[in-house]
Design a protein around this ligand. Structure first.
Ligand code: GLC
Length: 520
C-alpha cells in the first residue's frame, strides 16, 4: 500500500497513560510502563499509539489541564524517558500520536497566572475575560464563567474552572501554541489528536445560547441550551487549516480532530480542499444504536457524506465513552471487533478493548473523575472505562506493584492479557487475527464498500478490491438468521472456529456470529 500515507492504513491504539502500565509502583501508569509493553503492542499488530496527555498538569481533569505544553509530568516520567520511548516506538516500526489540548490550559499555566494578575497584563487577552457572564454552560456543569476576585472580571471555561479557555483570536496565542506543536514535531512525534477541536473558537460578540427544546431531565445540564455561539463557529475552520499547515511543515504527520457533531457538520472539518483535519474522528459507532439496521444506517450516512478524496475513519472506543463490551455485551463485542476491522479507512481502538474489558463499577468514595463529582448520578463519570489494564492474574494484575489509582475489575483473574493469550479462541486472538487479515488484505482498508444492508438482524456489506471481494456478515440480532450465498471461503469468524471452511447455499448464523468470506 505504498501510495498511501502510513496513517491511512493504520490501526491506532489509544493508551490512557495513567492506566496502561505502572513501572514505579505509585499505582499510576507511566512512560516506562508503556515502554515495557511495546512488544505486546507489536504482537497485537497495531500500527500507532495515541497517548492521552502526559504534560505537566495539576490533574484536575487528569492531564487535560495542561500547565506546560513542552514538558512531561513527573508522574509519567522525564523528557529523557519520553525521548527513549519515542525512539523505541519508532524502532519497532510503530508511530506515536500525542494529545494536543488547545481549547484551554490549566489555571496553573504561567500564561493564565499572568493573564489573571491584572487587567492590563500583556497576556490578559490570551484568555476570554468579560465584565458580565452570558448564559453559556460548562460541559462539566454550571456556568462557563468564573468570577476572578482579584480583577473583578469573569473568565470563560468550557470545562472545569481550573481549565480556562484560550483566546484563539489572539495572534500571539496562535504563535505560541503552534510553536509547542513544532516542539514535538521536531522531536519526531508523528501527529496529534486535537482535543475538542469544534469548541476552539467562540462567538466574538458572546451572544447568549438559545434554549434546547429537546432537553430532557437526566441529560447533562449543559444540554439545556443549544451550543450555537460557543461551538462549531465558522471561524474554527480557518484555525484548523492553520494548525494543519503547521503539522504539514513536517513530512508524514497526521492531524486528527476530536469532534462530537452530526455527520454533515463533522465533514466540514476535513476543510476546503481537504486542508483541514486529516481525520475528523468519526464517532458513529459510539453513538448509534446496536442493531443491524442502526449500524447499516450509520455506515451509509457516513460514507454517503464523506467529501470526494477525504479519508474515512472509524472509532470503537475512547477514554470518555462506556466500553464497547459493556455497551453491547460479550458476544456482540466480538461482532464489534469484526465490524471495526472490516470497515474502510483508519481505525481507532481503546486499550483493553482487545481483551473485552468492561466498565468497572466505581464506589462513591472512589470517584476520581470531575465529571462525576460535579454532576453525580447522571452516569457522566468516566472512571469506569479508565481502570487499569489487567495484564495477568497476579496481585494488582501486573499493572502495578502498588495500589492502583482506580480499582481493577472483579474479573481480572480471568480477563487478562496472559490468560487470553493462552486461549486460542479468545477475543484477544480475534483482534490479532483480524488485524493480521487487514494487513494481508488491503481491500479491507481501501477497497470499495458496497451493498451495505440489514436483513433479519444481520448486517452485511462487501469490500471490493481490484482483484478480490470480501463479504462481511454480522448477526447483530437476538435470533438465528439464515443467509443464502453462492459460495466462498471463510477468512475469519467471530468464534475463530470456521476459518478455511467453504460455505455455500444456506448458512445459519447464530446471534453474535460474524463471518468475513472471501468471494470467488
Ligand atoms: C475532551 C477529552 C476529555 C476532557 C475534555 C476536556 O473531550 O477527551 O477527556 O475531559 O476534552 O479537555
Amino acid at each position: 500500500m505504498q501510495e498511501f500515507a502510513w496513517w491511512q492504513h493504520s490501526v491506532i491504539y489509544e493508551i490512557y497513560p495513567r492506566s496502561f502500565q505502572d513501572s514505579s509502583g505509585d499505582g499510576v501508569g507511566d512512560l516506562n510502563g508503556i515502554l515495557e509493553r511495546l512488544d505486546y503492542l507489536v504482537h497485537l499488530g497495531i500500527d500507532a499509539v495515541w497517548i492521552s496527555p502526559i504534560y505537566p498538569s495539576p490533574m484536575a481533569d487528569f492531564g487535560y489541564d495542561v500547565a506546560d505544553y513542552c514538558g512531561i509530568d513527573p508522574l509519567f516520567g522525564t523528557m529523557e524517558e519520553f525521548d527513549r520511548l519515542l525512539a523505541e516506538v519508532h524502532r519497532r516500526g510503530l508511530k506515536m500520536i500525542l494529545d494536543f489540548v488547545p481549547n484551554h490550559t490549566s489555571d496553573q499555566h504561567p500564561w493564565f497566572l499572568e493573564s489573571r494578575s491584572s487587567r492590563d497584563n500583556p497576556k490578559r487577552d490570551w484568555y476570554l475575560w468579560r465584565d458580565e457572564p452570558n448564559n453559556w454552560l460548562s460541559h462539566f456543569g454550571g456556568s462557563t464563567w468564573e468570577r476572578d476576585n482579584a480583577t473583578g472580571q469573569y473568565y470563560c471555561h468550557s470545562f472545569l474552572k481550573q481549565q480556562p479557555d484560550l483566546n484563539w483570536r489572539n495572534s500571539a496565542v496562535k504563535a505560541a501554541m503552534f510553536d509547542t506543536l513544532r516542539f514535538w514535531l521536531q522531536k519526531g512525534v508523528d501527529g496529534f489528536r486535537v482535543d475538542v477541536m469544534w469548541l476552539m473558537i467562540k462567538d466574538d460578540q458572546f451572544r447568549d445560547n438559545p434554549p434546547n427544546p429537546g432537553y430532557r431531565m437526566g441529560q447533562p445540564s449543559h444540554h439545556r441550551l443549544l451550543a450555537v455561539f460557543n461551538s462549531d463557529r465558522p471561524e474554527v475552520h480557518e484555525l484548523v487549516r492553520e494548525m494543519r499547515a503547521v503539522v504539514d511543515e513536517f513530512p508524514q504527520r497526521v492531524l486528527i480532530g476530536e469532534i462530537y457533531l452530526p455527520v454533515p457538520q463533522l465533514m466540514t472539518y476535513y476543510g476546503l480542499d481537504l486542508k483541514g483535519a486529516n481525520l475528523p474522528f468519526n464517532f458513529q459507532l459510539l453513538q448509534c444504536g446496536w442493531s443491524a439496521d442502526a449500524v447499516a444506517q450509520a455506515i451509509s450516512d457516513y460514507h454517503g457524506a464523506i467529501p470526494e478524496g477525504a479519508w474515512p475513519n472509524w472509532v470503537l472506543g475512547n477514554h470518555d465513552q462506556p466500553r464497547i463490551a459493556t455497551r453491547v455485551g460479550p458476544r456482540q463485542a466480538r461482532v464489534a471487533v469484526m465490524l471495526l476491522l472490516t470497515l474502510p479507512g483508519t481505525l481507532t481502538m481503546y486499550y483493553g478493548e482487545e481483551i473485552g474489558m468492561t466498565n468497572v463499577p466505581i464506589a462513591a468514595g472512589q470517584v476520581q473523575d470531575p465529571a462525576e463529582k460535579n454532576e453525580p448520578g447522571l452516569g457522566l463519570g468516566r472512571d469506569p472505562e479508565r481502570t487499569p489494564m489487567p495484564w495477568d492474574g497476579t496481585a494488582s494484575a501486573g499493572f502495578t506493584t502498588g495500589a492502583p489509582w482506580l480499582p481493577l475489575g472483579d474479573d481480572y483473574k480471568t480477563v487478562n492479557v496472559a490468560a487470553l493469550g493462552q486461549d486460542p479462541r479468545s477475543i484477544l486472538q480475534l483482534y490479532r487475527k483480524l488485524i493480521g487479515l487487514r494487513r494481508g488484505r488491503p481491500t479491507l482498508v481501501n477497497g470499495k464498500l458496497q451493498s451495505v444492508a440489514a436483513e433479519n438482524g444481520v448486517l452485511r456489506y462487501v469490500r471490493i478490491g481490484a482483484h478480490d471481494r470480501i463479504l462481511v456478515l454480522l448477526n447483530m440480532g437476538m435470533d438465528v438468521a439464515q443467509i443464502t450465498l453462492d459460495g466462498g471461503t471463510v477468512l475469519a469468524s467471530t468464534g475463530l472456529d470456521r476459518e478455511g471452511e467453504t460455505v455455500s447455499g444456506t448458512l445459519d448464523l447464530k446471534s453474535g456470529d460474524g463471518l468475513a468470506i472471501d468471494l470467488p
